[in-house]
Design a protein around this ligand. Structure first.
Ligand SMILES: *[C@@H]1O[C@H](CO)[C@@H](O)[C@H](O)[C@H]1NC(C)=O
Ligand SMILES: *[C@@H]1O[C@H](CO)[C@@H](O)[C@H](O)[C@H]1NC(C)=O
Ligand SMILES: *[C@@H]1O[C@H](CO)[C@@H](O)[C@H](O)[C@H]1NC(C)=O
Length: 287
Protein backbone atom coordinates (compact mmCIF):
# COMPACT_ATOMS: atom_id res chain seq x y z
CA UNK A 1 0.00 0.00 0.00
CA UNK A 2 1.38 3.34 -0.94
CA UNK A 3 0.50 6.68 0.53
CA UNK A 4 1.47 8.50 -2.62
CA UNK A 5 -1.98 8.57 -4.25
CA UNK A 6 -3.67 9.86 -1.12
CA UNK A 7 -1.01 12.51 -0.68
CA UNK A 8 -1.50 13.51 -4.28
CA UNK A 9 -5.24 13.71 -3.84
CA UNK A 10 -4.80 15.66 -0.62
CA UNK A 11 -2.65 18.17 -2.47
CA UNK A 12 -5.25 18.31 -5.21
CA UNK A 13 -7.99 18.99 -2.68
CA UNK A 14 -5.87 21.72 -1.11
CA UNK A 15 -5.28 23.44 -4.42
CA UNK A 16 -8.97 23.16 -5.32
CA UNK A 17 -9.88 24.75 -2.01
CA UNK A 18 -7.40 27.46 -2.69
CA UNK A 19 -8.86 28.07 -6.13
CA UNK A 20 -12.36 28.16 -4.77
CA UNK A 21 -11.53 30.93 -2.33
CA UNK A 22 -9.53 32.97 -4.81
CA UNK A 23 -12.71 34.37 -6.36
CA UNK A 24 -16.23 34.40 -4.96
CA UNK A 25 -18.84 32.45 -6.89
CA UNK A 26 -21.57 34.27 -8.78
CA UNK A 27 -23.99 31.51 -7.76
CA UNK A 28 -23.58 32.12 -4.04
CA UNK A 29 -23.21 35.86 -4.06
CA UNK A 30 -25.64 37.30 -6.59
CA UNK A 31 -29.14 37.08 -7.89
CA UNK A 32 -30.53 38.19 -11.21
CA UNK A 33 -32.54 41.38 -10.83
CA UNK A 34 -33.86 41.73 -14.37
CA UNK A 35 -33.53 40.50 -17.93
CA UNK A 36 -35.11 37.05 -17.56
CA UNK A 37 -32.79 34.44 -19.06
CA UNK A 38 -30.27 37.00 -20.30
CA UNK A 39 -27.85 36.84 -17.37
CA UNK A 40 -25.92 33.55 -17.59
CA UNK A 41 -23.72 32.09 -14.90
CA UNK A 42 -21.06 29.84 -16.42
CA UNK A 43 -17.89 27.96 -15.51
CA UNK A 44 -19.07 26.78 -12.09
CA UNK A 45 -20.02 30.26 -11.02
CA UNK A 46 -16.76 31.95 -11.99
CA UNK A 47 -18.13 33.79 -15.02
CA UNK A 48 -21.29 35.79 -15.53
CA UNK A 49 -22.46 37.27 -18.80
CA UNK A 50 -25.08 39.96 -19.27
CA UNK A 51 -26.82 40.56 -22.54
CA UNK A 52 -28.86 43.28 -24.16
CA UNK A 53 -31.21 43.00 -27.12
CA UNK A 54 -33.99 45.11 -28.52
CA UNK A 55 -36.44 43.77 -25.92
CA UNK A 56 -34.42 44.17 -22.73
CA UNK A 57 -31.12 44.60 -20.98
CA UNK A 58 -30.18 42.67 -17.86
CA UNK A 59 -28.66 43.00 -14.43
CA UNK A 60 -27.67 41.34 -11.19
CA UNK A 61 -27.03 42.39 -7.62
CA UNK A 62 -25.27 40.99 -4.59
CA UNK A 63 -27.14 39.12 -1.91
CA UNK A 64 -24.98 40.77 0.74
CA UNK A 65 -25.24 44.37 1.74
CA UNK A 66 -22.05 46.02 2.92
CA UNK A 67 -21.32 48.96 5.13
CA UNK A 68 -17.81 49.57 3.77
CA UNK A 69 -16.10 47.16 1.43
CA UNK A 70 -13.42 46.58 -1.10
CA UNK A 71 -15.06 45.07 -4.19
CA UNK A 72 -13.03 43.76 -7.12
CA UNK A 73 -14.59 42.78 -10.40
CA UNK A 74 -13.00 41.83 -13.70
CA UNK A 75 -15.04 43.02 -16.66
CA UNK A 76 -14.76 42.54 -20.40
CA UNK A 77 -16.92 45.08 -22.17
CA UNK A 78 -19.20 44.72 -25.19
CA UNK A 79 -16.87 44.44 -28.22
CA UNK A 80 -17.27 46.00 -31.64
CA UNK A 81 -20.03 48.52 -32.12
CA UNK A 82 -21.26 49.12 -28.57
CA UNK A 83 -22.60 52.63 -29.24
CA UNK A 84 -25.72 53.42 -27.21
CA UNK A 85 -25.04 50.71 -24.61
CA UNK A 86 -24.05 51.27 -20.99
CA UNK A 87 -22.38 48.62 -18.83
CA UNK A 88 -22.21 49.31 -15.11
CA UNK A 89 -20.59 48.13 -11.90
CA UNK A 90 -21.58 50.08 -8.81
CA UNK A 91 -22.50 50.07 -5.15
CA UNK A 92 -25.88 51.43 -4.14
CA UNK A 93 -28.16 51.60 -1.13
CA UNK A 94 -31.92 51.63 -1.48
CA UNK A 95 -34.53 54.37 -1.47
CA UNK A 96 -34.72 57.94 -2.71
CA UNK A 97 -32.03 59.42 -0.49
CA UNK A 98 -29.65 56.68 -1.45
CA UNK A 99 -25.87 56.54 -1.54
CA UNK A 100 -24.12 55.25 -4.63
CA UNK A 101 -20.58 54.76 -5.97
CA UNK A 102 -20.51 54.27 -9.75
CA UNK A 103 -18.46 52.87 -12.54
CA UNK A 104 -20.35 53.18 -15.85
CA UNK A 105 -18.90 52.33 -19.24
CA UNK A 106 -20.40 54.26 -22.12
CA UNK A 107 -20.18 52.28 -25.36
CA UNK A 108 -18.93 53.61 -28.67
CA UNK A 109 -18.63 52.83 -32.35
CA UNK A 110 -16.05 50.21 -33.28
CA UNK A 111 -12.57 51.65 -32.89
CA UNK A 112 -13.72 54.69 -30.92
CA UNK A 113 -12.95 54.87 -27.22
CA UNK A 114 -15.28 53.88 -24.42
CA UNK A 115 -15.82 56.47 -21.72
CA UNK A 116 -15.48 55.38 -18.11
CA UNK A 117 -17.89 57.51 -16.13
CA UNK A 118 -17.61 57.73 -12.32
CA UNK A 119 -19.87 59.38 -9.76
CA UNK A 120 -20.55 59.46 -6.02
CA UNK A 121 -24.02 60.00 -4.56
CA UNK A 122 -24.71 60.89 -0.96
CA UNK A 123 -28.29 61.04 0.34
CA UNK A 124 -29.60 61.10 -3.23
CA UNK A 125 -27.24 63.89 -4.31
CA UNK A 126 -24.83 63.08 -7.12
CA UNK A 127 -23.42 65.65 -9.55
CA UNK A 128 -19.83 64.62 -8.90
CA UNK A 129 -18.94 63.14 -12.27
CA UNK A 130 -15.46 62.44 -13.52
CA UNK A 131 -14.89 60.71 -16.85
CA UNK A 132 -11.90 58.97 -18.34
CA UNK A 133 -10.67 57.24 -21.43
CA UNK A 134 -8.82 53.99 -20.73
CA UNK A 135 -5.21 53.26 -21.64
CA UNK A 136 -6.13 49.85 -23.08
CA UNK A 137 -8.91 48.28 -25.13
CA UNK A 138 -11.45 47.23 -22.45
CA UNK A 139 -13.20 44.89 -24.91
CA UNK A 140 -10.14 42.79 -25.79
CA UNK A 141 -9.69 41.25 -22.36
CA UNK A 142 -10.78 41.33 -18.73
CA UNK A 143 -9.54 44.18 -16.59
CA UNK A 144 -9.83 44.78 -12.85
CA UNK A 145 -12.17 47.47 -11.59
CA UNK A 146 -12.14 48.11 -7.86
CA UNK A 147 -14.22 50.19 -5.51
CA UNK A 148 -12.61 50.72 -2.12
CA UNK A 149 -15.02 52.35 0.32
CA UNK A 150 -14.14 52.88 3.95
CA UNK A 151 -14.88 55.58 6.55
CA UNK A 152 -11.94 57.72 5.38
CA UNK A 153 -11.95 57.53 1.60
CA UNK A 154 -13.50 56.15 -1.58
CA UNK A 155 -11.02 54.99 -4.20
CA UNK A 156 -11.74 53.97 -7.78
CA UNK A 157 -9.02 51.72 -9.19
CA UNK A 158 -8.44 50.28 -12.65
CA UNK A 159 -5.99 47.37 -12.79
CA UNK A 160 -4.82 48.46 -9.35
CA UNK A 161 -4.16 52.05 -10.44
CA UNK A 162 -6.13 54.70 -8.55
CA UNK A 163 -7.99 56.94 -10.99
CA UNK A 164 -10.11 58.85 -8.50
CA UNK A 165 -10.08 59.62 -4.79
CA UNK A 166 -13.11 60.93 -2.90
CA UNK A 167 -12.11 61.87 0.61
CA UNK A 168 -14.28 62.06 3.68
CA UNK A 169 -14.49 65.83 4.19
CA UNK A 170 -17.37 65.77 6.65
CA UNK A 171 -15.38 67.95 9.02
CA UNK A 172 -15.70 70.61 6.30
CA UNK A 173 -19.44 70.02 5.95
CA UNK A 174 -19.26 67.86 2.82
CA UNK A 175 -21.63 64.85 2.98
CA UNK A 176 -19.93 61.46 2.87
CA UNK A 177 -21.68 58.10 2.41
CA UNK A 178 -21.13 56.15 5.59
CA UNK A 179 -24.43 55.25 7.19
CA UNK A 180 -26.35 53.33 4.51
CA UNK A 181 -25.39 49.77 3.59
CA UNK A 182 -24.94 49.13 -0.13
CA UNK A 183 -25.22 46.20 -2.50
CA UNK A 184 -23.00 45.49 -5.50
CA UNK A 185 -24.93 45.98 -8.76
CA UNK A 186 -24.15 45.41 -12.41
CA UNK A 187 -26.20 45.94 -15.51
CA UNK A 188 -26.12 46.28 -19.27
CA UNK A 189 -28.80 48.42 -20.84
CA UNK A 190 -29.75 50.63 -23.75
CA UNK A 191 -29.14 54.33 -23.13
CA UNK A 192 -28.90 55.56 -26.70
CA UNK A 193 -30.80 58.72 -25.82
CA UNK A 194 -27.63 60.04 -24.09
CA UNK A 195 -24.75 57.57 -23.81
CA UNK A 196 -22.74 58.03 -26.98
CA UNK A 197 -21.83 61.54 -28.11
CA UNK A 198 -24.72 62.86 -26.11
CA UNK A 199 -27.26 60.60 -27.85
CA UNK A 200 -26.25 61.38 -31.44
CA UNK A 201 -25.11 57.79 -32.08
CA UNK A 202 -27.86 55.21 -31.66
CA UNK A 203 -27.70 51.53 -30.79
CA UNK A 204 -27.36 49.38 -33.91
CA UNK A 205 -29.75 46.53 -33.11
CA UNK A 206 -28.47 44.47 -36.03
CA UNK A 207 -25.42 43.87 -33.77
CA UNK A 208 -27.54 42.44 -30.92
CA UNK A 209 -27.28 40.61 -28.62
CA UNK A 210 -24.64 42.75 -26.92
CA UNK A 211 -22.68 40.80 -24.30
CA UNK A 212 -20.55 41.97 -21.35
CA UNK A 213 -18.67 39.45 -19.17
CA UNK A 214 -17.83 39.50 -15.48
CA UNK A 215 -15.45 37.32 -13.51
CA UNK A 216 -13.04 37.44 -10.57
CA UNK A 217 -15.60 38.91 -8.19
CA UNK A 218 -14.00 39.41 -4.80
CA UNK A 219 -15.55 41.12 -1.83
CA UNK A 220 -13.82 42.03 1.39
CA UNK A 221 -16.47 43.85 3.24
CA UNK A 222 -18.30 44.53 6.42
CA UNK A 223 -21.48 42.58 5.79
CA UNK A 224 -24.62 44.29 7.03
CA UNK A 225 -26.90 41.82 8.79
CA UNK A 226 -30.04 42.71 10.72
CA UNK A 227 -28.82 46.18 11.56
CA UNK A 228 -25.26 45.21 12.43
CA UNK A 229 -22.06 45.60 10.53
CA UNK A 230 -19.99 42.41 10.68
CA UNK A 231 -16.50 43.58 10.27
CA UNK A 232 -13.08 42.20 10.93
CA UNK A 233 -11.29 45.27 12.24
CA UNK A 234 -7.92 43.54 12.25
CA UNK A 235 -5.64 45.84 10.31
CA UNK A 236 -3.63 42.88 8.96
CA UNK A 237 -6.72 41.12 7.63
CA UNK A 238 -8.65 44.08 6.31
CA UNK A 239 -5.99 46.56 5.26
CA UNK A 240 -8.50 48.20 2.90
CA UNK A 241 -10.61 49.26 5.88
CA UNK A 242 -7.77 51.32 7.33
CA UNK A 243 -6.53 52.82 4.08
CA UNK A 244 -6.19 56.56 4.50
CA UNK A 245 -5.87 58.90 1.59
CA UNK A 246 -3.47 57.90 -1.17
CA UNK A 247 0.20 57.70 -0.43
CA UNK A 248 2.80 59.46 -2.51
CA UNK A 249 3.11 56.65 -5.08
CA UNK A 250 -0.67 56.33 -5.41
CA UNK A 251 -0.98 60.08 -5.91
CA UNK A 252 1.62 59.89 -8.65
CA UNK A 253 -0.29 57.14 -10.44
CA UNK A 254 -3.57 59.00 -10.13
CA UNK A 255 -1.91 62.15 -11.40
CA UNK A 256 -0.69 60.23 -14.46
CA UNK A 257 -4.22 59.01 -15.22
CA UNK A 258 -5.86 62.35 -14.58
CA UNK A 259 -3.34 64.25 -16.70
CA UNK A 260 -3.47 61.87 -19.64
CA UNK A 261 -6.89 60.23 -19.62
CA UNK A 262 -9.38 62.38 -17.74
CA UNK A 263 -11.86 63.94 -20.15
CA UNK A 264 -14.40 65.46 -17.77
CA UNK A 265 -14.18 66.74 -14.23
CA UNK A 266 -17.18 68.41 -12.56
CA UNK A 267 -14.67 70.34 -10.48
CA UNK A 268 -13.54 72.33 -13.51
CA UNK A 269 -16.97 72.81 -15.09
CA UNK A 270 -17.53 76.50 -14.38
CA UNK A 271 -20.31 76.67 -17.01
CA UNK A 272 -22.32 74.11 -15.16
CA UNK A 273 -21.80 75.74 -11.76
CA UNK A 274 -21.96 79.47 -12.51
CA UNK A 275 -22.65 80.25 -8.83
CA UNK A 276 -19.39 78.57 -7.85
CA UNK A 277 -18.00 75.07 -7.93
CA UNK A 278 -19.06 72.55 -5.26
CA UNK A 279 -17.03 73.26 -2.09
CA UNK A 280 -15.12 69.95 -2.07
CA UNK A 281 -13.49 70.96 -5.36
CA UNK A 282 -11.60 73.73 -3.57
CA UNK A 283 -10.74 71.61 -0.55
CA UNK A 284 -9.16 68.82 -2.58
CA UNK A 285 -7.33 71.05 -5.02
CA UNK A 286 -9.33 69.53 -7.87
CA UNK A 287 -10.64 72.89 -9.00
C1 LIG B 1 -36.09 42.61 -32.18
O1 LIG B 1 -35.14 41.74 -32.74
C2 LIG B 1 -35.71 40.55 -33.26
C3 LIG B 1 -34.57 39.61 -33.65
O2 LIG B 1 -33.61 40.27 -34.40
C4 LIG B 1 -36.64 40.90 -34.42
O3 LIG B 1 -37.23 39.74 -34.95
C5 LIG B 1 -37.72 41.85 -33.90
O4 LIG B 1 -38.51 42.29 -34.97
C6 LIG B 1 -37.12 43.05 -33.19
N1 LIG B 1 -38.18 43.82 -32.54
C7 LIG B 1 -38.26 45.13 -32.57
C8 LIG B 1 -39.38 45.75 -31.78
O5 LIG B 1 -37.47 45.82 -33.20
C1 LIG C 1 -6.56 41.36 -12.19
O1 LIG C 1 -6.40 40.84 -10.90
C2 LIG C 1 -6.10 39.45 -10.89
C3 LIG C 1 -6.14 38.99 -9.45
O2 LIG C 1 -5.38 39.81 -8.62
C4 LIG C 1 -4.75 39.25 -11.57
O3 LIG C 1 -4.44 37.88 -11.60
C5 LIG C 1 -4.83 39.79 -13.00
O4 LIG C 1 -3.58 39.69 -13.62
C6 LIG C 1 -5.29 41.24 -13.01
N1 LIG C 1 -5.54 41.67 -14.38
C7 LIG C 1 -5.03 42.79 -14.89
C8 LIG C 1 -5.34 43.06 -16.32
O5 LIG C 1 -4.35 43.58 -14.23
C1 LIG D 1 -16.69 57.96 -28.80
O1 LIG D 1 -15.73 58.34 -29.75
C2 LIG D 1 -15.77 59.70 -30.09
C3 LIG D 1 -14.79 59.94 -31.24
O2 LIG D 1 -13.49 59.52 -30.90
C4 LIG D 1 -15.45 60.55 -28.87
O3 LIG D 1 -15.57 61.91 -29.18
C5 LIG D 1 -16.43 60.19 -27.74
O4 LIG D 1 -16.06 60.86 -26.57
C6 LIG D 1 -16.42 58.69 -27.49
N1 LIG D 1 -17.28 58.23 -26.42
C7 LIG D 1 -18.58 58.46 -26.25
C8 LIG D 1 -19.23 57.72 -25.11
O5 LIG D 1 -19.25 59.22 -26.91
Amino acid sequence: MSIAPSLASLLLICSLLFLSVSADSFYQNFYVTWGGERPQVLQNGDLLTLSLDNASGSGFESINEYLFARIDMQIKLVPGNSAGTVTSFFLSSQGQLHDEIDFEFLGNLSGDPYILHTNVFCQGQGNKEQQFYLWFDPTADFHNYTILWNPQVILFLVDGIPIREFKNLESNGIPYPKSQAMRVHSSLWNADDWATRGGLVKTDWSQAPFIASYKGFRASGCVWLSGNSNCNNDVDVNTWLWQQQLDYAGQGQMQWVQTNYMIYNYCTDFKRFPQGLPPECYLTGDA
